[in-house]
Write a protein that binds this ligand. Structure first.
Ligand SMILES: [Zn+2]
Length: 240
């Protein structure tokens, strides 16, 4: 049986979604929307932590965000490609959650998995709508499903957003969800090799980015997204 949600947030690594769209997810959940998360890889190449610790951290973060479901389709961190088997794994998840909106990785970024994840997710969303790709999950045949839109969040490198969500009210809780990844981000006294995201400066950067993006819409903190195609509206006044 499908477990329909309004928004499916997908990321190449566990924590991508929290870092870039955590506030939007919290806000959507607070508005009564159902949200699920799919992680493409287990982040097994990360310099800090283990696959096991990242599963625990991802589960804790999901609980803080209030999402309905979180699953990992276990593609290879650093090496996943747009091959048929990998795409079908994500298609099965998309057909299971039947989202209207998909949130996907940034179209290009410092980490090459992010740009590749972006194109992988967009392609799977399209293919998921094709009748002749037959899939089943837990022994049940699945219906085709194409999300109405795919929005790409913004990660390390700055990309000018097309849509900005005011997440001011959810800044603190978003940081709690991020810091649930205890092995990845700054924690007083934590051990492990230094990475571009493990220092105190990265937390300051995240807050600065939210401030920078929020400022464009007159909000204290914001999260930005890019669109794949123009958004159609019936009534111009609904946009203000
Ligand atoms: Zn990542």
């Amino acid at each position: 049986m499908a477990e329909k949600v309004d928004i499916l947030a997908i990321g190449a690594h566990p924590d991508d979604v929290e870092l870039s769209a955590g506030g939007t997810i919290l806000k959507s959940v607070a508005q009564g929307k159902k949200v699920a998360i799919v992680d493409l890889t287990e982040g097994e190449l990360g310099s800090r932590g283990t696959v096991r610790s990242r599963y625990e951290e991802a589960a804790n973060a999901a609980q803080i965000l209030g999402v309905e479901h979180r699953e990992n389709i276990r593609l290879a961190d650093g090496f996943f490609t747009e091959d048929r088997d990998s795409l079908v794994r994500l298609i099965k998840a998309i057909r299971h959650y039947q989202p209207e909106i998909v949130l996907a990785n940034a179209v290009e970024d410092r980490h090459p998995d992010h740009g590749r994840g972006s194109s992988f997710i967009s392609r799977a969303c399209f293919l998921s709508g094709l009748l002749k790709i037959e899939t089943s999950r837990n022994g049940e045949d699945q219906e085709k499903w194409r999300p109405k839109v795919v929005y790409h969040y913004i990660q390390d490198r700055y990309i000018k957003p097309d849509i900005i969500i005011d997440v001011s009210e959810f800044r603190e809780k978003k940081m709690d969800a991020i810091l649930a990844y205890e092995t990845q981000f700054y924690k007083e006294g934590a051990k492990g090799p230094k990475t571009p995201i493990s220092g105190k400066d990265f937390i300051a950067f995240l807050e600065a980015r939210m401030r920078q993006v929020g400022r464009d819409i007159g909000a204290e903190f914001g999260e930005g997204f890019t669109v794949e195609r123009p958004i159609g509206v019936d009534d111009l006044t609904t946009l203000i």
